[in-house]
Each structure stands twice: as structure tokens, then as C-alpha cells.
Design a protein around this ligand. Structure first.
Ligand code: AMP
Length: 111
């Protein structure tokens, strides 16, 4: 997708600190970390919102969650982590390519 920063990262046009990639997803470090470890897990397929998830994308997202669970120890997240998906204006979504924030490496506040 033209002008999508995450598509550009995945195409190698913008540098990123990748920690994992396969045919379906890429995981790289957030450029403005909100926790000691702040990763972004991005499906290679461009779509912006959960409401655009058809059955194939729903299956992709299921596999993606399973992979995050399996990868957590090697990503330094063995002690726990938080997943966040910002959707739309009220959540402050700034990149309109669906992505999962992975936060960890420390105790996370929840208030
Ligand atoms: P969201 O507000 O959920 O759309 O989050 C977008 C995230 O992408 C923010 O946390 C940004 O810091 C992050 N981000 C934007 N550009 C880059 C980039 N070039 N490399 C890594 N992370 C980025």
C-alpha cells in the first residue's frame, strides 16, 4: 500500500529493528517505546481495521496470536507482556495498517 509506513518497513524502504519475520508477519521494535520492550507485530497484508477481517484474516490473526505466545521467551518476554490494538480515532491509531503492540520487559501499570 502506497504511503503506508509499515508497508515501507516490510519492503525494506524504511529501516527497522526486526526481531522476527516469516511469510505472514514481521515483528520490529517501536521507534518510540512505551515500555522497556515495545514491539510491533504487523501482518504483511495491508488492512487497517479489525472490522476488515474476513475469515482468512481472522485465521491469520489467530495464528499471529499463537506465534506471539510461542515467541515470547526468545523476545525477552518470558515474565509476561501486554498486547494492544489501537483501533480508529478514539484509540489514537496513527498508522492505518493493523498492528499489535507488544509491551513488556517490566511490570506494567493497570489503572
Ligand atoms: P498506533 O498509534 O497504534 O497506530 O501505533 C503506531 C506505532 O508505530 C507508534 O507506537 C509509533 O511509535 C510506531 N512507529 C511509527 N513509525 C515507526 C517506524 N518507522 N519504526 C518503528 N515504529 C514506528
Amino acid at each position: 500500500m502506497e504511503n503506508c509506513v509499515f508497508c515501507k518497513i516490510m519492503a525494506g524502504e524504511i529501516p527497522s529493528a526486526r526481531v522476527y519475520e516469516d511469510g505472514e508477519i514481521v515483528i520490529f521494535r517501536d521507534i518510540e517505546p512505551k515500555a522497556k520492550i515495545h514491539l510491533l507485530c504487523v501482518p504483511r497484508e495491508h488492512f487497517a481495521l479489525l472490522s476488515e477481517a474476513d475469515d482468512a484474516r481472522a485465521a491469520l490473526l489467530g495464528r499471529t496470536l499463537q506465534k506471539i505466545g510461542a515467541l515470547a521467551p526468545q523476545l525477552g518476554l518470558a515474565d509476561g507482556y501486554r498486547l494492544i490494538i489501537n483501533q480508529g480515532e478514539n484509540a489514537g491509531q496513527s498508522v492505518h495498517h493493523l498492528h499489535i503492540h507488544i509491551l513488556g520487559g517490566q511490570t506494567l501499570e493497570w489503572e
